[in-house]
Write a protein that binds this ligand. Structure first.
Ligand code: ADP
Ligand code: GLC
Length: 486
């Protein structure tokens, strides 16, 4: 089976969140699980070019040039390839006028940029692979036009090619002005309420949902939630109309990267059977972030994009209470200035117990997670969430709002059973400061007063199989069903 993945971000080349992690890891897991040839396409963003340059990566020009119909003319895309390392192939689509720019998103012409990327991949895939792909797997709105082009402008070679679209976050839909359609070489007939029209514009994601053969999202709970007005981001009725081809597949974790026994960014290593290194990591990251070491004061970690989705205003609300209870907080994130400001003033008010780093720093993310006893993920909605899994893998017990993928990955059977090593963490049902504090108080009491039970819980969460092997099998099963036309 020949499968191509298209995404706007792919770790380690570029990443702003979990999408990059997923598309960085899933292709290799698919290829390992079965006789599947996987090729991943991503735009040659300036940051990708810089990443490749600083590592002196072996990238070759495939010699393939794709003429992409756009704006009534054509633009040229070059296909570059990372030197094969035995795993899936990685192809960089080089359209300098669109992608040799700072940042990945937020440019006024994002619709044209990602539309051109999708078209270039569909036109270039067959010459590149030597044979047409059987399946096109697109991720999020940036590549949702791939299934649309496959239906509306199907290259003859792709007559039998089918498509899957994964929604990593319905809050981002790629809503563009409707007058973009002719520039994208798409018929205005697609601007219909049941196809792409969205409040007078066009929605790439909406169109992708109609055009693809199967829609997935990244947890079973989120797959149900997005069919309701509360979580549907104004697409719930549209999704209900296509619910027959929607399913949820929980993400895996890149367990080679998130391995506390080997991760190079950590000052010491540890495992479920030997936690001595975790204590070293804890002291080191407290020092790195300017807090004193104190074995009797629990360390709570937060690593997150600072957006409304993540419920971090609730963390800010409860920081004074957590500080009164003697806890310390390590916070890493960047995003909305109002949240950055709130965390900064809380850190200034409680300099001995709250430390903040504003920015995106992969190494520090590893060190904070490894050094934390507890990890906070109070998201208002969460399609899957990877940080709670990263926390579990590093022996930091998660405290989560029971929503989406957080509900599916963190079972909370109650304090007694948690202390016997059953379940994964502390959940709260209502996204309020009281809800979060109720769960935090349960966790802090157990951490302080039942160290043996706590050790059983930590060993249990660290020993789970969080790898991609199970999700990869679920995707392969889906691919087979799609290709069989059922
Ligand atoms: P989302 O994709 O909604 O941001 P996920 O939990 O799926 O949420 O994935 C977030 C990913 O980004 C995780 O790998 C997390 O460790 C990482 N991350 C988030 N914020 C930062 C940051 N400030 N610095 C480094 N890594 C971060
Ligand atoms: C999105 C979601 C997050 C998910 C990630 C990877 O960014 O917000 O919940 O884990 O995609 O699928």
């Amino acid at each position: 089976m020949r499968v191509i993945h298209l995404a706007s971000e792919v770790a380690p080349f570029c990443k702003t969140g979990g999408l990059g992690d997923v598309v960085g890891a899933l292709p290799a897991a698919l290829a390992a699980a079965d006789d599947v040839q996987v090729t991943t396409f991503l735009p040659l963003h300036r940051t990708v070019r810089e990443w490749l340059g600083t590592r002196d990566a072996d990238v070759r020009d495939t010699g393939l040039r794709v003429a992409v119909p756009l704006g009534g003319g054509r633009i040229t895309a070059r296909l570059l390839e990372l030197a094969p390392s035995g795993g899936p192939r990685t192809i960089f689509v080089d359209i300098p006028s669109f992608f040799d720019r700072p940042g990945l998103y937020g440019h006024g012409d994002d619709g044209l940029r990602y539309g051109a990327f999708c078209r270039a991949v569909l036109l270039g895939a067959t010459p590149l692979l030597g044979e047409p792909p059987d399946l096109v797997h697109a991720h999020d709105w940036q590549t949702a036009l791939a299934p649309v082009y496959l239906e509306a402008r199907r290259p003859p070679a792709l007559a039998r090619t089918r498509s899957v679209l994964t929604i990593h976050n319905l809050a981002y839909q790629g809503v563009m002005p409707a007058d973009l359609m002719p520039l994208l070489d798409l018929d205005e007939g697609l601007i219909r309420f049941d196809i792409m029209e969205f409040h007078g514009g066009v929605s790439f994601l909406k169109g992708g949902i109609v055009a693809c053969d199967a829609v997935t999202t990244v947890s079973p709970s989120y797959a149900s939630e997005i069919l309701t007005p509360a979580f549907g981001c104004h697409l719930d009725a549209h999704l209900r109309a296509h619910a027959g081809k929607l399913e949820g597949i929980i993400n895996g974790l890149d367990v080679l990267e998130w391995d506390p026994a080997t991760q190079p960014a950590l000052p010491a290593h540890f495992s479920a059977g030997d936690l001595a290194g975790k204590a070293v990591c804890r002291s080191a990251v407290l020092e790195e972030m300017g807090l004193a070491d104190d074995p009797d004061s629990p360390v709570l970690g937060v690593v997150s994009r600072f957006t409304g989705q993540k419920g971090l205003d609730l963390v800010c609300d409860v920081i004074p209470a957590l500080v009164r209870r003697g806890a310390r907080l390590l916070v890493l994130g960047t995003g909305e200035p109002a949240l950055e400001g709130r965390f900064a003033s809380l850190a200034a008010r409680h300099p001995r117990q709250v430390a903040l780093r504003v920015g995106f720093d992969g190494g520090l993310a590893h060190r904070i997670v490894a050094g934390s006893d507890l990890f906070l993920v109070p998201s208002r909605f969460e399609p899957c969430g990877l940080t709670q899994m990263q926390a579990m893998r590093y022996g930091a017990v998660p405290i989560v709002h029971a929503v989406g993928g957080l509900r599916d990955t963190v079972a909370d059977p109650g304090d007694e059973r948690l202390m016997q090593g059953q379940g994964q963490g502390f959940r709260f049902e209502h996204a309020t400061a009281q809800g979060l504090m109720w769960a935090a108080d349960r966790a802090l009491a157990r951490w302080r007063h039942d160290r043996q039970g706590w050790a059983r819980l930590v060993a249990a969460v660290m020993s789970q199989d969080l790898s991609w092997s199970r999700p990869a099998r679920a995707y392969l099963d889906l691919y087979r069903r799609v290709l069989a036309g059922s």
